[in-house]
Unconditional design. Structure first.
Length: 198
């Protein structure tokens, strides 16, 4: 299968589909990598244009505007997908639905975290009330604590889906993917030569 080529037009089409359809749209598993490479390429073109004579000033402005528009598209696309993922996590938590289609591996982490938090909250509040008890008060835990710092890593080998020491599901991860994982997990992946520190 040919690798998907990212262009301004393809990004706009992806955003258009996400805007006009209710369900989460399926993206290529390398979407984030492809977008990163595309932005790097555009930035390199811009740098090259800036180093040339003043006759390229009009081209510089066009490229700058295009990079700005690409970033706007990405922000809106992320926001729309994020809203849909929140809605899916809420629905799935209520119905105990299985695997959700259309999620990228990086988005699965958000989805699973939300679903787990909603499930726990339902157990602590609603289920306790139904049993005739007062809701269980739990201290809110910040996502990033001194004991559980995050480590930014780049994968150098394929890593299948796994359950971390915090009971969250991570992965799968392809080579070149970047992830911000709990430090203990990140260090283990680095030791096993599956990833490198950024």
């Amino acid at each position: 299968m040919a690798e998907n080529i990212t262009t301004y037009e393809t990004l706009y089409e992806i955003l258009r589909r996400e805007r006009t359809r209710q369900e989460l749209q399926e993206l290529d598993s390398n979407f984030f990598k492809n977008v990163r490479d595309y932005l790097k390429e555009k930035t390199a073109i811009l740098d090259s244009q800036k180093q040339k004579s003043s006759i390229f000033q009009e081209e510089v402005k066009k490229t700058e505007k295009q990079i700005e528009n690409i970033k706007k598209i990405l922000k809106e696309l992320y926001g729309r997908r994020e809203t849909k993922i929140i809605s899916l996590a809420l629905s799935s938590s209520k119905t105990n639905a299985g695997h959700i289609m259309g999620l990228l591996s990086e988005e699965e982490v958000l989805y699973n975290n939300l679903k787990n938090a909603l499930n726990q909250s339902r157990l602590n509040i609603l289920n306790e009330l139904i049993k005739g008890n007062l809701p269980i008060k739990e201290e809110s835990k910040p996502i990033k604590t001194p004991e559980n710092k995050l480590g930014l890593i780049r994968f150098i080998k394929y890593v299948p889906k796994f359950v971390g020491t915090d009971d969250y599901i991570y992965g799968p991860f392809e080579p070149e993917m970047v992830a911000n994982l709990p430090l203990g997990i990140a260090e283990l992946l680095i030791q096993k030569e599956r990833a490198e520190r950024i």
